[in-house]
Design a protein around this ligand. Structure first.
Ligand code: HXC
Length: 536
């Protein structure tokens, strides 16, 4: 039997020639064979998919879900479109395998588009299947995962395809902040499918096979005359390093789907469920001498903030997001003393850790995700300020920086700030200062919180003095020294209650773990309103 032809089952044929009904055994055997045929797919199309270096939808689900846990829905679904020869091509599944399964024993809802059927394109029936699993994910409070491999809206089904996408987008937005949504791109993800991905909380892409764009290279050439390859237009590298759409990139489907499993194990099932925390590891008394070595006292010297994070978390239990995009800020999900936390840290190794347009966007979205799902925030501060200049101002650094400010101001989860070294100006405020609602602020003896660094400050407030002196070098050094002693000494902020404790760097893991334990039962109700007006 070909899955692309309407078929008459042997039992029905038999009934036509023999009026007595077929036996139950016969019907069961019939059903078994039909299901097997559907699951096997069209051999040539499957071979073509494999030749493209891609797995089939069902092979992917096998990798993603716990063995034997997949429960399929609407395997027998077919489209009911007319015209353009569609009546003669009515494959079962309609190009998407949908249902539910478990990941490490926890329920998830999934769909996997089948590129072997109409190029995985989305028509009415295909869309309704995705909408159904999304509805079930929302009503059962379970994570939703989409495996995308699709040419976008099914051209032959016209407006019904567009209507189908609209229904998915609408549901996805209603589910945002209620259940985690994960999009995995394992082939073309064009047109409407690209927006499903943009609405998800996390996007995975696989190098070489994933392409994500609104319109493919042919349309680009026809409209603009520009010739681009699929990879240049929307390959994994582009979205991982330039557009910021890809949260994670992997070399192959196996490692990608294994990483999706790891991510799910770090997320709550919904906004009301408990975090998947592990038993405490005795971190509240754990000293980490390496922390005093990693960070140079000289604030101009760089270091890798990821090394600091590695010392704070439980045995490498950390997943970094957007590793290659806006690398001047590091965002990661991790566990500290068994508790799931969101880590945000300036990265002195990249652009000296300044905040700019992209870093603000990246951190803001992460903070909002953590807040929506009750994940406590730990913010590691070593920031010289916002990046100055015409490019940034014209690109809207104020608007985008305001997103991060807004996200922190709005967050009601437990919030711990750790100031490692410098924290200047607006960037100090934005990086979860006490003034915008941090619950606990810890600072290293190397902390330097001020409107700006000593050199810049001296240039402004002592301009006349420096112009008049016969020995500007000595005078400047003296003024810088005075500024540092009087305004930027380790206890300055703590004396004013804006830092709760100045801690020995080696105690940081222990102090954060104690802080998390202290804040575990934090409850804070926002003032009722329809919604705020986040500066988008
Ligand atoms: C119907 C489609 C299709 C589509 C692919 N196919 N895309 N059928 N509607 N959108 C079919 C092909 O006709 C072909 O069928 C099979 O899928 C495989 O496609 P190929 O082109 O042979 O494969 P490949 O060379 O690998 O190229 C894949 C592709 C290309 C890059 C995805 O097909 C393509 O560019 N498709 C259109 C992409 C696009 O621009 N989509 C935007 C739609 S607009 P046969 O029978 O020959 O095997 C949209 C708007 C929604 O989505 C907006 C909402 C906001």
């Amino acid at each position: 039997m070909s899955i692309s032809e309407p078929d008459i089952s042997p039992a029905v044929l038999e009934e036509a020639v023999n009026p007595s009904p077929p036996s139950m055994d016969r019907l069961r055997e019939d059903l078994r064979r039909t299901r097997e045929d559907i699951a096997r797919g069209h051999p040539q199309a499957v071979a073509r998919q494999h030749a493209l270096g891609k797995r089939t939808a069902r092979e992917r689900l096998d990798l993603l879900l716990d063995e034997g846990s997949f429960v399929e829905i609407e395997m027998f679904r077919r489209h009911r479109a007319h015209g353009l020869g569609m009546e003669r091509k009515r494959p079962y599944t309609d190009g998407v395998v949908a249902g539910s399964g478990t990941i490490n024993g926890r329920r998830v809802f999934v769909y996997a588009q089948d590129f072997t059927v109409f190029g995985g394109s989305l028509g009415e029936a295909h869309a309704m299947k995705i909408q159904k699993v999304l509805d079930l994910a929302l009503s059962t409070g379970s994570p939703f995962i989409g495996l995308n491999d699709s040419g976008g809206a099914r051209i032959q089904e016209g407006v019904m395809s567009l209507n189908g996408y609209g229904g998915i987008f609408h549901r996805s937005v209603q589910a945002s902040g209620v259940i985690p949504q994960i999009s995995v791109v394992l082939g073309p993800c064009a047109g409407g499918a690209a927006y499903s991905t943009a609405l998800a909380d996390f996007t995975f892409m696989v190098r070489d096979i994933a392409q994500l764009y609104l319109t493919g290279p042919d349309v680009v050439e026809a409209v603009t005359g520009e010739r681009v390859t699929h990879a240049e237009l929307g390959g994994a590298h582009v979205h991982a390093s330039k557009s910021g759409l890809a949260t994670f990139v992997h070399n192959d489907e196996e490692s990608c789907l294994a990483a999706v499993r790891d991510l799910v194990s770090m997320l709550p099932s919904n906004n009301l469920s408990r975090l998947p925390s592990l038993p405490p590891r005795g971190a509240t008394t754990d000293l980490r001498p390496r922390l005093a070595e990693i960070v140079p006292v000289d604030t101009r010297k760089p270091y890798d903030m990821r090394l600091v994070m590695a010392e704070l978390v439980d045995d490498g239990d950390l997943i970094e997001l957007h590793r290659d995009w806006a690398a001047n800020v590091v965002c990661a999900l991790a566990r500290i003393d068994g508790e799931v936390v969101g880590l945000v840290g300036n990265q002195p190794m990249v652009l000296a850790g300044v905040l700019d347009v992209e870093a603000s966007q990246k951190a803001a979205r992460f903070v909002r995700f953590c807040d929506a799902f009750s994940i406590p925030l730990v913010t590691l501060v070593d920031v010289p300020g916002f990046l100055p200049g015409k490019d940034q101002e014209h690109a809207g650094v104020i608007r985008h920086g305001a997103k991060l400010l807004y996200a922190y101001c709005e967050a009601t989860v437990p919030r711990i700030q750790v100031i490692l070294r410098k924290a200047y100006g607006g960037a100090y405020i934005v990086m979860d200062s006490r003034s915008i609602g941090a619950d606990l602020s810890l600072a290293w003896p190397t902390n330097e919180v001020a409107v700006m660094g000593a050199e810049g400050a001296v240039n402004i407030i002592h301009r006349k003095e420096l112009a008049a002196t016969a020995d500007p070098v000595t005078t400047r050094a003296e003024l810088v020294d005075r500024y540092t002693r009087e305004l930027a000494h380790p206890a300055y902020t703590a004396e004013r209650g804006l830092v709760d404790e100045v801690i020995d760097p080696v105690e940081t893991r222990a102090a954060v773990a104690r802080g998390l334990a202290m804040l575990r039962d934090k409850r804070k109700q926002a003032v009722p309103r329809k919604h705020g007006n986040l500066p988008l």
